[in-house]
Design a protein around this ligand. Structure first.
Ligand SMILES: C[S@@+](CC[C@H](N)C(=O)[O-])C[C@H]1O[C@@H](n2cnc3c(N)ncnc32)[C@H](O)[C@@H]1O
Length: 247
């Protein structure tokens, strides 16, 4: 079966654990295990635009044309993917391919994804397509060809293991673990180094997190790190890039 086959290629693997959820305000998932929401309660879709897209210079970088690979730590509800896919369809150049690869330890069920994303009419088409394609028992590597120019891969399992096994060549990263104090595995020096090593020169990251140890881990890995105003009144977020050799 080819890389671009439209079928789901859920490879055999361990059956992932499930993460017990509470639901706040009807459709806002909350992780009991990590004691945190999956995104900002003000508006997770707009937060995605501010932190992960603008933080990585998107959609502007897409106007240059060419293929583009995004890595994400924490697929969760797929909100970041759906909003990214929506904007990619608006700004992509003909023939350019987006590969969105996300690393997730506790993949959600399709009905949970549908419930969370139903909050946003703006991504209704993307939600429907994602939940229609999503496997009943996500495990291993879930590979979905969402349209002729968009491929989604969700690597189920611990992110450090998934990233270590990923091929280099990422243009941008969405660092979206739970709050660093509650989910340190997603912000460790080793994981930041593995990410750096798989990022192209001039490649970037964006994250809502601003904790000092996250910034230091990213700097120690080799990224130049910039602080920017966070979303919805949050004081800071971080973004940065992997320097070109001459820099
Ligand atoms: C803030 S949520 C991500 C939200 C998501 N990007 C979205 O659009 O809904 C953090 C995610 O990281 C996942 N996670 C936590 N620890 C992990 C680990 N060690 N490896 C991989 N995923 C992990 C959680 O299960 C959760 O889905």
């Amino acid at each position: 079966m080819s890389d671009r086959d439209p079928d789901i290629l859920a490879t055999a693997g361990r059956t992932p654990d499930r993460q017990p959820l509470d639901w706040h305000d009807g459709d806002m998932p909350y992780s009991q295990k990590f004691g945190d929401h999956f995104y900002c309660r003000t508006d997770g879709r707009l937060e995605c635009g501010h932190v992960f897209l603008a933080g990585n210079g998107l959609p502007e970088r897409w106007s240059l044309g060419g293929d583009f690979r995004i890595g994400e730590l924490g697929f969760g509800t797929g909100l970041n993917f759906c909003e990214t896919w929506r904007q990619w369809k608006l700004f992509r150049k003909p023939g350019a391919l987006l590969h969105f690869m996300s690393f997730e330890l506790y993949p959600m069920k399709g009905d949970e994804i549908g419930r969370a994303l139903s909050r946003w009419p703006e991504i209704e088409a993307e939600r429907k397509a994602l939940t229609a394609a999503w496997p009943d028992e996500p495990a291993g590597r879930v590979d979905l060809q969402m349209d002729g120019q968009t491929r989604l891969t969700v690597v189920c399992g611990p992110a450090p293991e998934g990233v270590a096994n990923a091929q280099p060549g990422f243009d941008a990263w969405f660092l979206d673990g739970f709050a660093p104090s509650r989910n340190p595995d997603m912000w460790s020096p080793e994981l930041m180094q593995a990410i750096y090593g798989r990022t192209v020169r001039g490649g970037t990251f964006g994250t809502y997190a601003a904790a000092g140890f996250v910034r230091r881990n990213l700097q120690a890995a080799g990224f130049t790190v910039e602080r920017r105003p966070g979303f919805a009144g949050k004081r800071e977020m971080l973004c940065g890039r992997k320097p070109e050799p001459a820099e």
